[in-house]
Write a protein that binds this ligand. Structure first.
Ligand code: F6R
Length: 240
């Protein structure tokens, strides 16, 4: 694990954004895996700036997102599909037909198979962006007794509901989501994980220094050969 610590979220966004933009310049038809939530937003802002400045084109990339809520129409303002369009896809030249998303309202097994096959057909994910939950989750792989494999439907924990329900002002936050499993995430060729703020400090400690255990799903990243972890000082406080 390569760990880099920064002063501001903008610096983290620039560092992660540079990794993505440089790779895309050299590999215009690359496959990028994206996350939602607050952590990657500065990264997406950096990518948008680079695109607006004519430094990079995302015209030929393919994308796959980590997860999507169940029981929520894709068109709802809080769907992850909408989040990605508002925060990135509508502001760069990625083609809509190249955007891969889990359908949180599809039949679980068939949807999981479809997503795995779509990622495989694209050649696998070159760079996967991750955030981390306060409880050590990555994507929506919550702490549990075993590591997960491909995509599946998960019941969200109270910790995740508490963290994300602030975004829901018109309806109650869904309690289920479809998520890529740990096995699928670990197949990504490179992983860039972003964590900021003191609420992530314990999860970051467990990910980096704890035993590899499904009780802290992010700890599996210790076994990946190419992981970059970008932190601010608050998130890094227990490891420095
Ligand atoms: C989102 C996702 C989640 C978030 C995590 C951190 O697609 O998969 O694992 O990355 O919950 O969320 P933020 O960045 O909002 O703290």
């Amino acid at each position: 694990m390569e760990i880099r610590i920064f002063d501001t979220q903008e610096e983290i966004g620039a560092a992660a954004g540079k990794i993505i933009c440089e790779f895309t310049k050299n590999n215009p038809d690359c496959v990028l895996g994206f996350a939602t939530g607050a952590s990657p937003v500065p990264t997406y802002n950096y990518m948008i700036k680079q695109y607006e400045n004519g430094e990079v084109s995302f015209e030929n990339i393919k994308t796959f997102n980590l997860d999507e809520y169940c029981d929520l129409p894709r068109s709802h303002k809080n769907s992850y599909y909408t989040f990605m369009h508002e925060n990135l896809f509508d502001k760069i030249d990625v083609k809509e037909e190249n955007i891969g998303f889990l359908d949180g309202n599809a039949e679980e097994k068939a949807e999981s198979k479809r997503y795995t096959e779509a990622i495989k057909a694209a050649g696998g994910i070159d760079i996967q962006i991750l955030g981390i939950g306060r409880n050590g989750h990555i994507a929506f792989n919550e702490p549990s007794d075993e590591f997960t494999g491909e995509s599946y439907k998960v019941e969200l924990t109270q910790s995740t509901i508490d963290a994300n329900s602030i975004y829901f002002d018109d309806i109650a936050m869904p309690h289920y989501a479809m998520t890529m499993g740990i096995g699928l995430i670990m197949e990504s060729k490179k992983i860039v994980l972003i964590a900021t703020g003191d609420k992530k400090a314990q999860a970051v400690y467990d990910m980096v220094n704890g035993p590899v255990t499904p009780k802290c799903p992010a700890s599996i990243l210790q076994q990946h050969s190419d992981v970059v972890i970008l932190l601010d000082k608050e998130a890094a406080q227990k490891i420095i």
